[in-house]
Design a protein around this ligand. Structure first.
Ligand code: RM4
Ligand code: MN
Ligand code: MN
Length: 406
């Protein structure tokens, strides 16, 4: 490792016409938000295994998140879930974040854990319950104001389990009018990110079942509403990269929830099961960031990158660090794509050369590059090792058990 591996890599990339200084700048600029809930215990519907040392409150969640930022330098903000992270004094939470070198990020309303939401929240046919759901989301807009956050990230569990259970079109109308009221409450710098998922907890129909439905709502609401792509929320075989490209071109891609899936909404460590998909997502983003249309590359520049993982069996902090390293690895590889070679091959309609120009970037070992970047950033060259060698993991054991995500 070290000098020689990097020198070799530099030469190799220079020969391909890749400007490594540019590449390094872009890796340094990539910031990924981590979720407060990823530091707590979560589980499946079968069992929540309790780990020792898990944070007991939002303040401790931030302290754990600060460890991830300390070793990676890439995670300066933390997403909150309300009411899981509800506190008396948001200014105090904000100051705590500040003292740890963090900011508070996206506010996620929770519209699925109250008993009244058994038949839905923003789509519920019962007006009183709909009002409660809208009010909760409006409270989240206020919290965003207090925490200095500019994103409201909305995911609904709404749907039905049986044909005929409720009127699908009427639910759509209720959803739009609920969202319109929420949208009106946003400050001009705020964005509403609308997340979709194809199933679960509803099993017959889901009110925001795919990107098209989220896109339609965002389009009707206005410029401050965009779609959030959670990489775990698609049916098997869905081409997520295409969704990314399409939404970017429509200037409606607002952000990501990164995680990996094998079967359903598994919320596994990002890049653990499908690193090539993550690479291809970045390929589309980088392609859009070179678009001639200013709106498209602005959209690409404003993407909110967030992790959304539930760590059931993994130690939480190292799992989060692994995720960040995996994102950086795939991003670094995508930056090595020779876009002019791709374009030339496309112009010749040379299928194999085009595919090769994309894939060959994936096949480089970017370890020396990432080590060099980390050295320049002043963070440990091996963040995982640095964390494991610190005594933080030992110290938090004193917290005992019982720190659930919710
Ligand atoms: C959902 C979705 C949301 C997250 C909840 C807890 O499946 O991914 O983003 O807030 O889970
Ligand atoms: Mn999500
Ligand atoms: Mn999910």
């Amino acid at each position: 490792m070290g000098i020689s591996a990097y020198t070799f890599f530099e030469q190799q990339q220079a020969d391909r016409g890749i400007d490594l200084e540019q590449v390094k700048q872009q890796i340094k600029a990539l910031k990924i938000e981590t979720p407060s809930w990823g530091y707590g215990d979560s589980g499946t519907r079968f069992k929540v295994f309790q780990q020792v040392g898990v944070p007991r409150n939002p303040f401790e969640k931030l302290e754990d998140a600060a460890q991830v930022h300390r070793v990676t330098g890439a995670c300066p903000s933390v997403a909150l879930h309300i009411p899981w992270d509800k506190v008396e004094d948001y200014d105090q939470l904000r100051r705590h974040a500040d003292s740890l070198g963090l900011t508070l990020g996206a506010i996620n309303p929770n519209l699925f854990q109250e008993d009244v939401y058994i038949f839905g929240s923003l789509c519920n046919s019962n007006e009183t319950i709909r009002r409660q759901a809208v009010n909760h989301t409006l409270e989240c807009v206020d919290i965003a104001r207090a925490t200095g956050s500019s994103l409201i990230s909305l995911w609904l569990a709404d749907g039905t389990n049986y044909p005929g259970q409720d009127n699908i079109r009427e639910r759509k109308h209720r959803l739009l009018s609920s969202l319109q009221e929420i949208y009106q409450a946003l400050d001009p710098h705020m964005r509403l990110l609308i997340e979709y998922k194809f199933f679960e907890p509803a099993f017959y129909h889901t009110d925001l079942g795919d990107w098209g439905m989220a896109y339609n709502m965002a389009l009707k609401l206005g410029n401050q509403a965009q779609v959030l792509v959670d990489t775990g929320h698609h049916a098997q075989g869905t081409n997520v990269e295409q969704i990314v490209a399409y939404l970017l071109d429509e200037q409606k891609l607002g952000g990501f929830h990164f995680n990996s899936r094998k079967y359903a909404d598994d919320d596994l460590i990002v890049g653990s099961t499908n690193p090539y998909e993550l690479f291809l997502i970045f390929y589309q983003i980088l392609d859009a960031s070179q678009a001639t249309d200013a709106g498209v590359h602005q959209t690409a520049a404003n993407i909110a990158y967030m992790i959304d993982q539930s760590h059931c069996i993994e130690p939480k902090i190292p799992a989060m660090i692994r995720s960040i390293l995996n994102v950086q690895t795939q991003f670094a590889k995508a930056l090595l794509i020779d876009f002019s070679a791709v374009k030339r091959a496309q112009e010749r309609q040379d299928v194999l050369a085009a595919e090769n120009a994309v894939r060959e970037a994936f096949e480089f070992d970017v370890t020396p590059l990432l080590r060099a970047v980390r050295e320049e950033m002043g963070v440990p060259v091996d963040p995982m090792r640095a964390y494991l060698q610190s005594d933080y993991g030992q110290r938090i054991l004193a917290r005992g058990k019982g720190g659930a995500s919710w």
